[in-house]
Design a protein around this ligand. Structure first.
Ligand code: GDP
Length: 472
């Protein structure tokens, strides 16, 4: 009947059309995507599937200014491998015990919250690295407020350091630098600051805007100062949320526990979650039976920026799924099952990400202002030359942004960044490596590879001009 209403034909006509296809259907039956397409064609309609979400029931009402209260920042730690991300997360966890709270953090639940000496709280996502961060973002979840980029002071700014910076910048999340391993005699923080400066990232004590702290994740030197800088950065952001409403937030991780059933760690981002609330998380729903903090202690109420693991969902939602609280258990269940059904029905995929052609079409429509590019090349020289030429293609109408550039093959993390940021990937004399091609196919990310600089520039220019004058 929904399809009939959309096309303004009678329900019986739709039922007859289905019968012609050999399908006996009722008025309330949900049709799969392929059937809808064929039936619509019968009535001279073309079907465009636009997103699988059933969000009409979970619209977020905007808060009044007076209802908003300060909330703690949510932080992700990123950086090159072996530069000390895990050590820093571990140290902060343990130092917090020293700061006075009883009972250490015993379980890994994917996120934890600490109180620093000045009394302020900071929540950490306990999965370091930009891959997890961007994978969540590709699913539409924006959880992190501030990124700490860890750089070993006895080393250089490395490829993954650059990636981390690009991923944070693409998400519009401010960065605080932690120059780690300062206890080592070979540590040379000025060298790192110099390298950051050459990337146009001036740290504060060099007159720039980026906060930076020398630390040792091993001895703890400077870590408290680092956390104070994080709080300072969060004050600039004026992070606020209304704690006095139904909770909503994002799933951090979930698993099936033998004794307890499905355990999901969630980050409350607004409102307060209470025991007994009915929640919907991705395709799963249920009543919150119990909540625990990172120390395994029972929690009755979880205000904004609090990570908790909860019991009661009827399955394991995915990291990055949003959750909402419902007045009515039935409604939560209905949407959950509608979502599962829609996902099954999505045999015809929706156009999610951009291709160069799609960019042309959208700019012609006037709803496209930015062309985001991830650029990978075989040598520094060609990457820089292409960056320059691409940026020069910017016009008043369309801004060309190089979200990330680097030397080396196109990686899975490049693809995720493209998917999360609506970008296309341009490879110069490089190809997708490992899983990158497969992920690009599922995420529908456009990868264009070239071996002649001129061709790359021309393609982009053509697409952009096509956008401006679609008929020529
Ligand atoms: P990740 O790969 O970024 O998570 O790095 P890890 O935290 O695993 O650290 C890599 C190595 O560096 C480990 O052997 C750590 O013990 C060592 N490490 C980390 N932080 C420090 C530090 O502040 N000082 C020293 N001397 N070693 C450190």
């Amino acid at each position: 009947s929904e399809v009939a209403t959309m096309m303004d034909v009678s329900v019986t006509d739709i039922i007859s059309a289905c019968m012609m296809l050999g399908m006996m259907v009722t008025m309330n039956q949900r049709l799969d995507a392929e059937t809808i397409k064929i039936v619509a064609e019968e009535f001279n309609y073309e079907v465009e599937f636009v997103g699988a979400e059933v969000e009409e029931s979970v619209i977020e009402i905007e808060d009044k200014e007076e209802d908003l209260e300060e909330r703690a920042p949510i932080v992700t730690i990123m950086g090159h491998v072996d530069h000390g991300k895990t050590s820093l997360l571990d140290y902060i966890r343990e130092a917090n015990v020293i700061a006075g709270e009883s009972g250490g953090i015993t379980q890994h639940i994917g996120a934890y919250s600490v109180k620093i000496k000045t009394g302020q709280k900071i929540a950490f996502l306990d999965t370091p690295g930009h891959e997890a961060f961007t994978a969540m973002r590709a699913r539409g979840a924006q959880v992190t407020d501030i990124v700490i980029v860890v750089i070993a002071a006895d080393d250089d700014v490395m490829p993954q350091t650059k990636e981390a910076i690009s991923h944070a910048q693409a998400a519009g999340v401010p960065i605080v630098f932690a120059l780690n391993k300062i206890d080592k005699p070979t540590a040379n923080p000025d060298n790192v600051k110099q390298q950051l400066a050459s990337m146009d990232m001036l740290v504060e004590d060099w007159g720039g805007k980026y906060q930076c702290q020398e630390i040792s994740a091993k001895s703890g030197q400077g870590v408290e100062d680092l956390l104070e800088k994080v709080v300072l950065e969060s004050e600039i952001l004026e992070l606020k949320a209304n704690p006095n409403k139904s909770a909503l937030g994002t799933v951090v991780e979930a698993q099936l526990d033998k004794g307890r059933g499905y355990v999901s760690t969630i980050m409350v981002q607004a409102g307060s979650l209470k025991i007994g609330d009915y929640i919907l998380a991705g395709k799963h729903s249920g009543k919150v039976r119990a909540m625990f903090d990172e120390r395994g202690r029972n929690v009755d109420i979880a205000p904004p920026s609090t990570p908790v693991s909860i019991l009661g969902l009827d399955g394991a939602p995915q990291a990055g799924d949003k959750f909402n609280v419902f007045e009515d258990e039935r409604e939560a269940k209905q949407i959950a099952s509608k979502r599962s059904q829609l996902q099954r029905e999505q045999s015809v995929r929706t156009q999610k990400t951009l291709t160069l052609d799609e960019i042309g079409r959208r700019i012609a429509l006037g709803d496209f202002k930015e062309l985001n590019i991830i650029l990978k090349g075989d040598v520094d020289g060609s990457v820089e030359a292409l960056t320059d030429s691409f940026q020069k293609l910017s016009t008043e109408e369309i801004q060309v942004n190089i979200l990330h550039k680097g030397v080396g093959a196109i990686t899975e993390s490049d693809v995720l960044l493209a998917s999360a940021s609506d970008a296309i990937i341009v490879g110069f004399n490089v190809r997708p490596a490992g899983n990158a091609r497969t992920v690009a196919d599922t995420e529908e990310v456009d990868i264009r590879t070239y071996s002649i600089i001129y061709d790359a520039i021309n393609d982009l220019k053509d697409a952009m001009e096509g956008m401006l004058s679609p008929d020529t």
